[in-house]
Design a protein around this ligand. Structure first.
Ligand code: 7RM
Length: 511
């Protein structure tokens, strides 16, 4: 579904009847949706005819129809009207939201007793990318997750009764689950939902919403700030932002320039900024300053929440003590919102998060601790990219590129991107080229959009004759990453490569 109230209503309705929901972002392809449906063995889909997204309309129901060709276990599709784009309804399977609502409209809440659940019963599954090709279904539970989102919402943002809270995320991501739906609503807050993109019809859209609805807390991603910064101050200056009390950021490291722009031009120097570090798997915020209560430091998530114990470990798994150090970020003890399993594959959960280091939860992030013990998250240390705050596995993108008939092999890495934080750089070996380099490149873009969705489309595709491999056949991504970052003189040891000459060829062809 798009970002309309019926989406939050559907989520809460599932929770009420004890059904496990799994929200899928509207930008995913039919193939990605089908993969998730199969993994979750979903029986019922709630969707819309379409969704508005800037100047584009997304034909959601038609994408669902494509996904369902190979998913006959889905018994019911409920379609909510939004864009009035024509849809085809399948007899016996598809029904209209509006028709179904009519059947129950005259009944009261007492006719729908909430299903009593065990604290540890699953509440939802949310799929997220990891370092392997297949997204994982992160499972959160009824009591722990709801408690944790409520606790972190109230304390991090210092929510006061009556405050209007505006989180700009999509409910298809964990940030929307925790800080549009469960956290704010469980606290009785007014939560604002926004359909569209921050730059349409103009770059003043978010600030206009703040002005119109007298928003008190705004929570957004660095990528949105960087993109809006590039439009200058005109879209900000003619808006009344005086209702704002707290600014939040999430999803990726925030650069100092964006932090100061947010502070100065949105908060007018008067609103604390909370830089909140957390993950789909953590359910809610683990490291953040508390608005106006504990100090902020630009580009630092600062300190853990009460009860959360971060530790830094080195490659050998030894804990790094003291300050002014960096390492891999782990968490020592569980917290209420920790994931309970990855759906249908508990071993994968163990192997991914609990096997790297003994008795620690491994986050996949690199981190430094400054002289005062403040934490700064530096980014993923695994093969996961963070593109505009969206998690994308390099293996997923490679698998999609490799589906193209002309592709022999590919390797995908991230590189610094001014707006998106990270861009996607793909090195591709072709077997044959029908048409020009440009048309082949466009074909590869289209393949990735079709297989995963437009969010995973590479920014750059460099055609190469070979990839840097070790004698045992492993691609040395470190080298490819350095080249994509334009850090050519620091490639490190290349003598273990099967054919060191490919590196020079790749350097010459760098885009
Ligand atoms: C909430 C969310 C998780 C990954 C995580 C980090 C990165 C998130 C921050 C951040 C620096 C932050 N869930 N990340 N918040 N990096 N500072 N405040 O984004 O599962 O989609 O992504 O996002 O790398 O591991 S997520």
């Amino acid at each position: 579904m798009g970002m309309i109230p019926e989406l939050a209503i559907a989520v809460l309705a599932c929770a009420r009847i004890g059904a496990i929901h799994s929200v899928v972002f509207g930008g995913f392809s039919a193939q990605s949706i089908a993969d998730r449906l199969k993994d979750a063995r979903a029986e019922c889909i709630i969707t819309c005819d379409g969704a508005f997204r800037g100047q584009k309309d997304i034909a959601l129901k038609s994408i669902i129809d494509d996904a369902l060709i190979a998913c006959d276990f889905v018994k019911r599709v409920i379609v909510c009207t939004r864009t009035r784009t024509p849809v085809s309804m399948l007899k016996g399977r598809d029904v209209w939201w509006e028709d179904e609502i009519k059947k129950v409209e005259t009944l009261g809440l007492q006719d729908f007793e909430p299903e009593e659940m065990d604290a540890e019963d699953p509440l939802f599954i949310l799929y997220t990318s990891g370092s392997t090709g297949k997204p994982k279904g992160v499972v959160h539970t009824c009591a722990g997750y709801m408690l944790f989102t409520n606790y972190t919402f109230v304390n991090v943002f210092q929510y006061q009764p009556g405050d209007v809270h505006f989180c700009t995320a999509d409910i298809g991501w964990i940030t929307g689950h925790s800080y549009i739906v469960y956290g704010p609503l469980s606290a009785g807050a007014a939560t604002l939902m926004f359909e569209g993109i921050p730059t349409w019809p103009d770059a003043g859209r978010l600030w206009e919403i703040v002005d119109n609805y007298k928003v008190n807390i705004i929570y957004t991603a660095p990528t949105a700030l960087r993109s809006l910064m590039s439009y200058g101050l005109k879209p900000v200056e003619n808006k009344d932002l005086s209702s704002l009390k707290v600014l939040g950021t999430v999803g990726e490291p925030i650069n100092e320039e964006a932090w100061h722009w947010y502070d100065e031009h949105i908060g007018k120097g008067k609103c604390p900024i909370v830089d909140t570090w957390w993950q789909t798997e953590t359910g809610g915020i683990l490291i953040s300053n508390l608005a106006g209560v504990t100090p902020a430091k630009p580009s630092y998530a600062t300190l853990p929440l009460p009860g959360v114990e971060p530790v830094l470990v080195d490659e050998q798994g030894r804990e790094i003590e003291g300050n002014n150090v960096s390492g891999n970020l782990c968490i020592k003890h569980p917290w209420p919102g920790i994931l309970r399993t990855t759906y249908g594959d508990h071993e994968r959960c163990r192997a991914t998060y609990f096997a790297s280091y003994d008795n620690l939860y491994f986050t996949g992030d690199g981190c430094l601790r400054d002289e005062n013990g403040f934490y700064r998250i530096t980014g993923r240390v695994d093969d996961v990219l963070n593109v505009s705050g969206h998690r994308i596995g390099t293996a997923e993108v490679e698998n999609a590129i490799n589906m193209h008939a002309g592709v022999v092999e590919s390797a995908v890495v991230g590189y610094p991107h001014d707006i998106k934080g990270q861009g996607i750089y793909a090195y591709v070996i072709l077997s044959n080229m029908h048409g020009t380099e440009e048309s082949t490149r466009r074909d590869i873009y289209a393949t990735v959009s079709r297989i995963i969705g437009p969010i995973a489309r590479p920014d750059k595709v460099q055609f190469v004759n070979g990839l840097p491999k070790t004698r045992s056949g492993k691609i040395m991504r470190r080298i490819l990453r350095k080249i994509a970052e334009n850090d050519m003189d620091n490639l490190g040891d290349t003598t273990t490569l099967l054919d060191p000459a490919v590196v020079d060829e790749i350097k010459v062809g760098k885009l």
